[in-house]
Design a binder for this molecule. Sequence first.
Ligand SMILES: *[C@@H]1O[C@H](CO)[C@@H](O)[C@H](O)[C@H]1NC(C)=O
Ligand SMILES: *[C@@H]1O[C@H](CO)[C@@H](O)[C@H](O)[C@H]1NC(C)=O
Ligand SMILES: *[C@@H]1O[C@H](CO)[C@@H](O)[C@H](O)[C@H]1NC(C)=O
Length: 373
Amino acid sequence: MDRSYANAAVLVFVIVNLSFIVRADDDDDLKNGASYIFGDSLVDAGNNNYLQTLSKADIKPNGIDFKASNGNPTGRYTNGRTIGDIVGEELGQPHYAVPFLAPNTTGRTILHGVNYASGGGGIMNATGRIFVNRLSMDIQIDYFNITRKQIDKLLGASKARDFIMKKSIFSITVGSNDFLNNYLLPVLSIGARVSETPDAFIDDLLNQLKGQLTRLYKLDARKFILGNVGPLGCIPYQKTINQLSENQCVELPNKLALQYNAKLKDLVAQLNDNLPGATFVHANVYDLVMEVITNYAKYGFTTASRACCGNGGQFAGIIPCGPTSSMCTDRDKHVFWDPYHPSEAANIIIAKQLLDGDAKYISPMNLRQLRDL
Ligand SMILES: *[C@@H]1O[C@H](CO)[C@@H](O)[C@H](O)[C@H]1NC(C)=O
Ligand SMILES: *[C@@H]1O[C@H](CO)[C@@H](O)[C@H](O)[C@H]1NC(C)=O
Ligand SMILES: *[C@@H]1O[C@H](CO)[C@@H](O)[C@H](O)[C@H]1NC(C)=O
């Protein structure tokens, strides 16, 4: 045999094997999958830092307990990690899902998860208009469509499709602002209440959301978790402006949330039946947060009514958290970080139930089971 042919054959053999090894190593970081996170300030990880908006959290003391930034604000609307951060960490993802709008959200980092959530954002385009700017769900999904094409480029079409269908969890935390910063705004301002009954508004929300989830499905999303809307009438803001006592919650916001949540549950069942190969997991955030608020002492909290960071009224619930706010010292003893958002301590309890809980709070399976599906 000609020597040079033999050498060439060996060389080809080595290269083929090396490329196999390199490729296997390259994708080792993908084995625990990724989170693609949509929603509002409950899960925003910094998108609003890049918007001209009145809804901002990149000011101190937000993030004071966020280790990855040494306690500096990141745009998260809490003192530490969001539920999305904690869930990603527990599922073994290499780093927190990065804000879509951050300039360095490029290259392979998008394979470890991207966050599209935006403070003030809602299901409806008009929601959150009072903040001037925010990303509504329609726009967040437009942005995922951009990411989707980038994943194709990084992995090749077939591998990309497989990665998105099998390894990616799509989490959707939205709806609160459609009530707080749309329907419940005073009638004479810009709320939808001017023209719609609660039933009609809620039906509109669910129709719109159904279209949005179907768009994600068309982009190959298969593993979804949908949180329902929490007890909006129990947040320090609502309790303060309605001058309630410690153990009361405002009725109308809770009633609207429950009405929406009942229909959301039906929508989840319907999508599970109608979209082949998709799994929609329903998270009963309302009951879970209500349980923590009602039995706060059992969970190690000293208050479920007073914001740790904020000012105004008896629950520090009027002026949002910022550099001039008063701040509690025992941050992990407060269910609420600010007038609207849970503390990291509360987020940890909620995330734990989403990850490992049973049908009381998460069904038809929990997030660890969804990942391993
Ligand atoms: C992107 O930039 C932010 C802010 O400078 C930094 O905290 C983060 O670690 C960077 N992310 C990546 C993936 O490089
Ligand atoms: C919301 O805005 C998006 C993007 O601007 C647009 O495509 C969509 O049709 C709007 N949806 C509604 C219901 O107006
Ligand atoms: C994604 O973007 C392409 C254009 O680049 C468009 O044709 C397609 O309809 C979009 N898909 C969804 C589900 O929005």
